[in-house]
Design a protein around this ligand. Structure first.
Ligand code: ATP
Ligand code: MG
Length: 329
């Protein structure tokens, strides 16, 4: 069936990106809750129609690690894109709770399987792997969204300013600064995968805070600096130990835990973020690495982790709200 605006009831806003807004909607004929992304594009109708046609490929992107696509349409100069609603949101919003090693492995394995599926079955390179494009639900499922299926859409959304945090691989940054649009390869996605895993483990963007506001310094650090790593085990401590636990409302941060990770996990991540793209792991190799090999049988309680992470997020939001309005307790 095809989806049109007439069949949708608008609900809350789920988030905003550089190109538009994502809203929760209900498709009335089927009563299915969906996430609808609005992308504003100043393009003529023929181009918009071409984009909608290209997006049709997404109906074939059916895999457990890929967000389900329901349909797309355009109204005036906006493309609307309806997809599976994920009730725990994106990973960037869940990392404050701390991420134990087995949970990190499940996230990494899901991302790898999803990216391998896109590449092998549909010949699609994601091009925008980052924490906001990895979605989670309360069942504990981890799925990818926002991959580059439409050439026309990629062109019209050409990343002039990629925002304040870059997940772009060093070879991409070098290529663009030279003006040679080097072909985007799978290994560039592998870099972004590694950087995403480090970010959610650390609970912050992995390059130094001085680079957050300074795009040039950030790109310099990515191209010239050493790649970031996962925090390792401090001598004398067990894997999974919490090192800098800050609890208590006085700190303004509740339940912020910094886990440490085994040499196996650190080795896996280092394999993703090698500066030389040729030396990065391929998806199948990465899935065979000891960090991920037994993930399916690890019995990790993802649903339990998601619930805790959402509670932590809500608590922090409450504390932040109180800080703004001190009189209202
Ligand atoms: P950018 O514009 O740089 O790609 P982004 O990925 O954050 O950044 P959007 O893709 O527009 O921007 O998404 C905005 C937010 O909406 C996301 O950060 C995510 O938290 C939320 N979101 C997106 N898709 C869904 C979905 N299917 N279910 C639930 N929440 C979603
Ligand atoms: Mg997104």
């Amino acid at each position: 069936f095809s989806i049109s605006m007439d069949h949708l009831s608008l609900d809350e806003e789920l988030g905003r990106g550089n190109y538009g807004t994502v809203k929760k909607v209900v498709h009335r004929p089927t009563k299915v809750a969906m996430a609808m992304k609005e992308i504003r594009l100043e393009l003529e109708d023929a181009k918009l129609r071409a984009i909608i046609m290209e997006l049709d490929v997404l109906h074939r992107a059916v895999a457990p690690e890929i967000i389900e696509f329901y349909g797309a349409f355009f109204i005036e100069s906006c493309v609307y894109y309806c997809m599976e609603y994920m009730d725990a949101g994106s990973l960037d919003k869940l990392q404050a709770a701390g991420v134990p090693e087995r949970v990190l492995a499940r996230i990494a394995a899901s991302m790898c399987r999803g990216l391998r599926f896109l590449k092998d079955e549909l010949n699609i390179i994601h091009r925008d792997v980052k924490p906001t494009n990895v979605l989670v639900n309360r069942k504990g499922q981890v799925k990818l969204c926002d991959f580059g299926v439409s050439g026309e859409l990629n062109k019209s959304m050409a990343k002039t300013n990629i925002g304040c945090q870059s997940y772009m691989a060093p070879e991409r940054i070098k290529g663009e600064s030279r003006g040679t649009l080097a072909a985007y390869t799978v290994s560039s996605d592998v870099w972004s995968l590694g950087l995403t895993i480090i970010e959610i483990a650390l609970g912050r963007y992995p390059y130094p805070p001085e680079t957050y506001e300074n795009v040039f310094a950030q790109l310099q650090a990515i191209v010239n600096g050493d790649p970031p790593e996962l925090p390792g085990v401090v001598e004398g401590e067990d894997v999974g130990d919490v090192t800098g636990e800050t609890n208590g409302i006085l700190d303004g941060v509740v339940g912020e835990k910094q886990y440490t990770y085994s040499e196996t996990a650190r080795d896996w991540v280092a394999w993703c973020v090698r500066k030389d793209p040729e030396r990065r792991g391929k998806y199948s190799e990465l899935l065979e690495h000891p960090f991920l090999k037994d993930d399916r049988d690890s019995g990790v309680d993802m649903a339990g982790w998601v619930v805790k992470a959402i509670e932590c997020k809500n608590r922090n939001a409450l504390i932040a709200a109180r800080a703004v309005l001190p009189q209202s307790v």
